[in-house]
Design a protein around this ligand. Structure first.
Ligand code: AMP
Length: 208
């Protein structure tokens, strides 16, 4: 099954994807995670994109499309994948359709108020990238990752100004993809407001 997870930042795409990989047995490909790993490694790509990510803007289409094209050429994606955070623009969607055919696009529906609450309280592990929340999904030990004991921190792009910018960017550049994929009859809407277990159940039903 080849899936795109589409939705605003903070909709829970990454959280559901982490659960869905076990259900579907396909790799989870998050362009955001790829960029953050490059920044952590201080690679040339990381140095190029760090200030863009910190501000909440989008990395240019050519760079992002190139990365995904290479990743989807790897053999583990042959029977499927979950693309989380890609495509985010119409040119990215058009490019993707030239090198891979997706089966469904899962559209995470959530109001902006819920996004702000989720992202503002999100804490991320510096070591493994796992996400926690100061109210929903607290770690067992404050500021320590349950999985690898890494330190938890607030991503620069989860700070207030950047959240505002990311939502603006989403509305302007990414939301048009909803209609784009609806017209192609690929869209499956999912209510992303309930707690994660309920969203997982709804996801399973919508995937049949
Ligand atoms: P995410 O973790 O998906 O919210 O992505 C974090 C950041 O990575 C975004 O705010 C963008 O700066 C960058 N990014 C991730 N995916 C893309 C994409 N498909 N196109 C452009 N920039 C992206």
């Amino acid at each position: 099954m080849k899936l795109i997870f589409l939705g605003p930042p903070g909709a829970g795409k990454g959280t559901l994807a982490a659960k869905a990989v076990d259900i579907l047995n396909v790799p989870h490909i998050s362009t955001g995670n790829i960029f953050r790993a490059a920044i952590a490694a201080a690679s040339p790509l990381g140095l190029k994109v760090k200030s863009i990510l910190d501000s909440g803007a989008l990395v240019d289409d050519d760079t992002t499309i190139g990365l995904v094209r290479e990743r989807l050429a790897e053999t583990d994606t042959q029977k499927g994948y979950i693309l989380d955070g890609f495509p985010r623009t119409i040119p990215q969607a058009e490019a993707l359709s030239e090198f891979s055919q997706v089966d469904k696009v899962v559209n995470f529906d959530i109001p902006d108020t819920a996004v702000v609450e989720r992202l503002g309280g999100r804490r991320t592990c510096r070591k493994c990238g796992a996400n926690f929340h100061i109210h929903f999904g607290k770690p067992k030990k404050e500021n320590v990752c349950d999985h690898c004991e890494g330190e938890l921190y607030t991503r620069d792009d989860d700070k207030e100004e950047a959240i505002k910018k990311r939502l603006e960017v989403y509305r302007e550049q990414t939301a048009p993809l909803i209609d784009h994929y609806r017209k192609k009859d690929l869209l499956v809407d999912i209510d992303a407001t309930p707690k994660v277990d309920e969203v997982v159940e709804n996801f399973k039903k919508s995937m049949g």
